[in-house]
Ligand binder design. Structure first.
Ligand code: SF4
Ligand code: SF4
Length: 63
């Protein structure tokens, strides 16, 4: 359920190496690991920011 249609949650594919840290943290299970890349289901992401500091390579952002 998207709450903010103005923003988009972005995974930087060049930085993400599939560690899975962000996936365990998402309260809405909007993230899943596909190969070595975190994939977000945009409709499930509430843009809560919870996962963003968990990424060791700063691959996550909300724009
Ligand atoms: S911003 Fe929140 S809802 Fe969106 S993927 Fe990260 S933890 Fe999940
Ligand atoms: S925490 Fe960062 S590197 Fe790890 S799976 Fe998530 S986006 Fe990728």
């Amino acid at each position: 359920m998207a709450q903010d249609f103005q923003s988009t949650f972005v995974v930087n594919e060049k930085l993400c190496y599939g560690c899975g840290a962000c996936i365990a943290l998402c309260p809405t299970n909007a993230l899943e690991l596909v190969g070595r890349l975190a994939i977000v289901t945009q409709d499930d992401c509430t843009k809560c920011n919870h996962c963003i500091p968990s990424c060791p390579v700063f691959a996550l952002s909300i724009i």
